[in-house]
Design a protein around this ligand. Sequence first.
Ligand code: MG
Ligand code: FE
Ligand code: FE
Length: 168
Amino acid sequence: MGSRGREIVGMNVDELVMMLRKAYCDEWLAYYQYWVGAKVVKGPMKEAAIAELTQHATEELMHADMVALRIIQLGGVPVTKPEDWYKLTNCGYDAPDDPFIKKILQQNIAGEQCAISTYKKMLELTKDKDQVTYNMVLTILQQEVEHEEDLQALLEDFDLMMAAMKGA
Ligand code: MG
Ligand code: FE
Ligand code: FE
């Protein structure tokens, strides 16, 4: 733990760490939802979906890494037991038990929307108080916004393709 780095935080560090630990659980669950979703997904445009889901899985894992490092910098401990991910998560886990591409895209869009709301809140809470966390949260938020758009664009293409097939 960096003592001066901890001193400059203008907010309750324990509360900040708790907030980050919750986000850390979200990232692992998001990672796994994407990762396993990419394995089971079925239907038209499957290849494009696999590429996007796999890329997002990698990025969620990077987010978990960033959040873990910040927790440690602040003198906290990242969540050490996967069973606690479910207890602490903000956004939960939506199992891709229906492998249909449209369903999987919708589930992950909902997950991204929850992530966007969660990080937006964290951004407001850390603004002018902890610039280091603020900056990290902003970087992650930018990627979650990108993720949502990627999936919505994919879903739009899927719907257009299905409509075209019906019309033919
Ligand atoms: Mg992407
Ligand atoms: Fe993420
Ligand atoms: Fe994301």
